[in-house]
Design a protein around this ligand. Sequence first.
Ligand code: CDP
Ligand code: MG
Length: 139
Amino acid sequence: MERTFLMIKPDGVRRGLIGSIIARFEAKGFKMIAGKLMIISDELVKKHYYEHEGKPYYHDLTTFMTSGPVFAMVWEGEDIIKLARFMMGSTDPEKATPGTIRGDYATRMNRNVIHGSDSPENASREINLFFNEDECVRL
Ligand code: CDP
Ligand code: MG
């Protein structure tokens, strides 16, 4: 069993997509073990997106991510890190296949609705940034 960190970004929350997105992961058979609506601090967004510091889109990304509530979650399931990324679709919604979350709900790279960890190392790092172990339900 594997854990990943998923987060509905401020555009997804603002557009009322929390329920539809959660429904997809539930239908797939994955289990949410923690979830909260929160506004990310400047400090937290810098830690979360540290790999992107210095990129041309970094300022827009961090400003956007702190612009309104996000819905942060921990999910559990077999091979979930890779499969959740498949379900999200390409980072650039123009390249994301219809049927994926970004393919169905987004049109722009900088407003692409959802974040998902890309490796076991980042999953564990990101889960620990957003949640304490006692916030994760034991299934
Ligand atoms: O989110 P994902 O892991 O698919 O992509 P990433 O390469 O780790 O980039 C993180 C986030 O930065 C993306 O989801 C976009 O919101 C943003 N980004 C952007 O606005 N413009 C780019 N050229 C690349 C990334
Ligand atoms: Mg990434």
